[in-house]
Design a protein around this ligand. Structure first.
Ligand code: GTP
Ligand code: MG
Length: 217
């Protein structure tokens, strides 16, 4: 993916505010502080388009970021005569949707309920624009009870999902594959989903993440 441009679109609290242009939406889900907003920034190579903070619970609303990307024309279309043969790229525009993080213990119960409601409202609209859920967990720990509940909820939505084990910089390189395996064994014993390591801190595994995401665009 070549990201040509990216922009903040809207912080939405209700469905009527969600974009209506029909572009695909790729949504980030995960507990507070796991690195959802950082993940977006790392992939699009912007320092702080998606707001991040060391204070967890930063993302309280549903933030839409419009990405103007270009992908290489796939093999099939190589057979077709391309008008401009020097330009082998096709426009691929979509949204990254940054959902509020759940499970931040310092949030009041009222706030936690509100976060849950935002997330549910977003998925309930069941629109076909949601093309992929990127579910983030922390590579250092077994998924929390909240993670498990959210993961099960997402699987029930029947939307494609990949799982990112984030903060891979925090463990030894030699342990990364094992930890990803362990997390997958726990969440997805059937091993029918893609689980990938990632690190926004070190900006590693970004190519792998992009190539997985591109499959859904
Ligand atoms: P909420 O908006 O509260 O739900 O959090 P979030 O999931 O968007 O997390 P955010 O991207 O704001 O990152 C939270 C903290 O973790 C920040 O201090 C980031 O710098 C840090 N962080 C994010 N990704 C990584 C990573 O891959 N490695 C390390 N070491 N730190 C990271
Ligand atoms: Mg955030």
């Amino acid at each position: 993916m070549k990201v040509k441009n990216s922009e903040f679109t809207i912080s939405a609290v209700k469905e009527s505010q969600y974009p209506k242009d029909g572009l695909p939406q790729i949504v980030l889900v995960g507990k507070s502080n796991v690195g959802k907003s950082s993940f977006i920034n790392t992939l699009i190579n912007r320092k702080n388009l998606a707001r991040t903070s060391s204070a967890p619970g930063k993302t309280r609303l549903i933030n839409f970021y419009k990405i103007y990307g270009a992908t290489e024309l796939n093999k099939k279309s190589e057979d077709v005569e391309v008008e401009n043969s020097t330009n082998n790229l096709q426009d691929t525009n979509f949204y990254f949707v940054d959902l509020p993080g759940y499970g931040y213990s310092k949030m009041s119960q009222k706030e936690q309920i509100e976060v849950g409601r935002f997330i549910e409202d977003y998925f309930k609209k069941k629109n076909k624009e949601i093309t992929l859920v990127i579910f983030l967990v922390d590579i250092r720990h077994n998924p929390t009870e909240d993670d498990k509940l959210m993961y099960d909820y997402i699987i029930k939505q029947n939307i494609p999902c990949i799982v990112i084990a984030n903060k891979a910089d925090k463990i030894a390189k030699t342990k990364v594959d094992d930890e990803v395996q362990k997390i997958q064994q726990y969440l997805n014993p059937l091993h029918d989903l893609h689980f990938l390591p990632f690190s926004s801190e070190r900006k590693i595994y970004t190519e792998q993440a992009w190539s997985e995401i591109e499959k859904y665009l």
